[in-house]
Design a protein around this ligand. Structure first.
Ligand SMILES: Cc1cc2nc3c(=O)[nH]c(=O)nc-3n(C[C@H](O)[C@H](O)[C@H](O)COP(=O)(O)OP(=O)(O)OC[C@H]3O[C@@H](n4cnc5c(N)ncnc54)[C@H](O)[C@@H]3O)c2cc1C
Length: 658
């Protein structure tokens, strides 16, 4: 069966491979597949299982109901601040009630029910073959060139130059929405891309939504009469001034022409299942699902002056062994095993789990490891430090009329439940699941807080609000926070160029099944820049709300909640602290990066060199979102696929293959 546990077919009695890759997301999936396609034997270890047949992983719009499903994700609860008073202001805190159920709400006004224990802010990660890309929102936006230039400048390694990374993108992408003569796109890669606007009917059927979008265009300096020209535009076109160009575009999705989500899972399964003419396995990629890597094994006795070398991985085999897995049954430990790597171990567990695995293996800050009696292999203070994220916040407005869609086709869908008629239509490439999506508009703007004149804010908007993530359906008492009236319009903002690097992933215990202690410490470094840019965008959003003509408008901005009597003509709140406090209290994210970052030689916090090798040991790399030295652009998935291909080239070259 596709994706079945194939490791047992490897005819390999001592469980030894050329490479072991831990984690199958955008980081681990491509590198594992590429190494195998080049003839190396690779064991790909993934804690989750293969949910290829799960409809929620295939239909893009169903990612919105994915949290109802407990087979795809790990549930982390994180803190945004060390300060408890600030923490308690967030509206989407999750608490455990004495009867075991969950409650979501702030810490005060109203207070949670008696006996509630604070878990933190719900922060899901994909934990299945294909990683978080299997549950994410498919948004495909390239980072600015400055993010790649930063790595090249910092390390002196021109492999990361923007020009080289543009070529890498062409190897990732299989574009279906531009002409094949268009520059800056790829047409033969492994990730399909389409425009999520479809044929545009998602807007033609929603004149009231378009009226607000047009007002937003006006305040951005765009001609609102050109809405339909802009909305089919290509945000990833490689124009000379791309990173400085403000505007409106459709959002591209990682999906094929049949509106089927495409991820590294497809590449992995195609590689595993490829056969030679005689029917035998073509590429030596061995997949071991339901396996939690718990420790990297080092050879520390290589002789005087030689660094320890990663030679294998210890693991536990069994389903849902990690405590963040909603299916985890307490006390389940799985079956311990070991696998060995002749060449290298590649860690791709994602921004929370890669630093956890390194630390459990003795690579991390000495004091933290010693406190938990973990023998130190290398004292590397940057592991689990410097975590970054793209903070987000909605700007919410209430119109004078309800937003009405003339398209009622979604009304007949059961959102992936058995017998859903829309799934049957989608299988034929038809119906509402194979059509434009409501979040398919992207605006990018440059605020006065931009550090280099590049765009620093990304927004997408519609008759919905995105205030953050809610834990799965067993949650109670959510109504107050998720039911908005039908005259609500939300502008979802994503901050780019983030300055804050104060987030941490710390071990809670030496138990590999335990989750780490995660704190983003938002708005600690460079808060004036990060808060300034978001605040400037709030003002812009209020001006857009005010500019919507009657009878729909003007909209009354309800979040951030500055009383209308205090709103100035430029959209600012006369009590400017009110807005900034709200932003700090309610910001959320889902793009964590940089906990095992590439850094310059001599930077004590650098975990990786420019070839993604862990400093201080041999035979070990980290290839995932944790390696980005700063959050790339507004969306990390594509940059992480690109980083994985860059890593493949380095590893093949170091093995003498290219
Ligand atoms: C809800 C949501 C929406 C998002 N929307 C977007 C979007 O629209 N666009 C965008 O660009 N980005 C988006 N992202 C972020 C994007 O998906 C991630 O940045 C990206 O997937 C990171 O890739 P990764 O390889 O670093 O980690 P992941 O994709 O998280 O993969 C890590 C994998 O490693 C496995 N693993 C971890 N530890 C171990 C271990 N010890 N042993 C074995 N296996 C292990 C996990 O099970 C997981 O499958 C979103 C993320 C989420 C959660």
């Amino acid at each position: 069966a596709p994706g079945a546990d194939s490791s047992r077919n490897n005819n390999n009695s001592n469980n030894t491979y050329d490479y072991i890759v831990v984690g199958s997301g955008p980081g681990g999936g491509p590198v594992a597949s590429n190494l195998a396609q080049n003839g190396f034997s690779v064991l790909l270890i993934e804690a989750g299982d293969d949910q290829s047949d799960n409809i929620l992983t295939k239909v893009p719009v169903l990612s919105l109901v994915e949290p109802n499903n407990n087979r795809l994700h790990w549930d982390f609860y994180v803190r945004h601040y060390a300060d408890l008073n600030r923490t308690l202001q967030h509206h989407f805190l999750t608490w455990r009630l004495p009867d075991g159920s969950l409650y979501v709400g702030p810490g005060q006004n109203p207070a949670p029910p008696a006996g509630a224990t604070l878990l933190g802010v719900y922060y899901p990660r994909g934990a299945t073959l294909g990683g978080s890309a299997v549950i994410n929102y498919l948004v495909t936006v390239l980072p600015p060139d400055s993010d790649w230039q930063n790595i090249a400048d910092m390390t002196g390694d021109q492999a990361w130059s923007p020009a080289n990374m543009h070529e890498i993108w062409q190897r990732v992408e299989r574009n279906h929405y531009v002409n094949t003569t268009s520059t800056g796109h790829g047409f033969n890669g492994f990730i399909d891309t389409i425009l999520s606007v479809g044929d545009g009917s998602v807007y033609r059927n929603e004149p009231t939504v378009v009226a607000v979008l047009k007002s937003m265009m006006s305040v951005l300096g765009l001609d609102p009469n050109k809405f339909y020209e802009y909305i089919f535009g290509d945000i990833n076109a490689l124009t000379p001034n791309r990173d400085k160009t403000q505007g409106l575009w459709a959002i591209p999705y990682t999906a094929n022409q049949l509106w089927r989500r495409v991820t590294a899972r497809d590449l992995i399964l195609a590689t595993v299942n490829a056969t030679k003419a005689d029917g035998t396995q073509k590429y030596p990629l061995y997949l071991q699902l339901n396996t939690l890597a718990t420790k990297i094994i080092f050879d520390q006795n290589r002789g005087y002056g030689r660094q320890p070398r990663a030679v294998g991985v210890e693991y536990l085999h069994g389903q849902s062994l990690y405590k963040a897995d909603p299916r985890h049954a307490s006390g389940t430990q799985g079956v311990a095993g070991k696998a060995y790597a002749r060449k290298e171990v590649i860690v791709s567990g994602g921004t929370f789990n890669s630093p956890q695995l390194l630390k459990l293996s003795g690579i991390g800050p000495r004091a933290e490891l010693q406190k938990l009696q973990i023998p130190v292999v290398v004292d590397l203070p940057g592991v689990g430090a410097h975590m970054m994220d793209n903070p987000e916040i909605p700007i919410v407005g209430l119109a004078k009329q309800d937003f009405v869609s003339n398209d009622t086709s979604l009304g007949s869908c059961f959102f992936g439940a058995p017998g859903d008629p829309c799934v049957a239509q989608w299988e034929q490439g038809q119906g509402p699941y194979a059509a434009g999506q409501p979040n398919s508009n992207a605006m990018m703007r440059t605020t006065p807080y931009s550090v280099d004149g590049d765009r620093d804010m990304f927004v997408f908007s519609g008759a919905f609000t995105f205030r953050g993530f809610l834990p799965p359906v067993y949650t109670t008492n959510l109504t107050r926070y998720i039911t908005d009236p039908p005259n609500t319009f939300g502008i979802a903002t994503v901050k780019m160029q983030n300055q804050n690097r104060a987030g941490t992933v710390l071990l809670r215990s030496a138990d590999p099944q335990d989750t780490p202690d995660i704190n983003f410490n938002y708005f600690t470094d460079g808060a004036d820049i990060d808060l300034g840019a978001i605040d400037d965008t709030v003002k812009w959003g209020r001006r857009a709300h005010a500019g919507v003509a009657a009878p729909l408008g003007p909209l009354n901005t309800t979040e951030p909640p500055c009383p209308s009597s205090l709103i100035n003509a430029d959209g600012s709140c006369r009590d400017s602290e009110l807005d900034k406090e709200w932003i700090m209290n309610q910001a959320f994210g889902h793009h964590p990066t940089s906990t095992c970052a590439i850094g310059a030689d001599g930077d004590g916090y650098a975990v990786l060199d420019s070839r993604l090798r862990v400093r201080g040991v041999d035979g070990l790399r980290v290839v995932d979102a944790s390696a980005h030295p700063r959050t790339p652009g507004a969306f990390p998935m594509i940059p992480t696929y690109m980083l994985s291909l860059r890593a493949s080239d380095f590893i093949l070259a170091d093995a003498g293959r290219k």
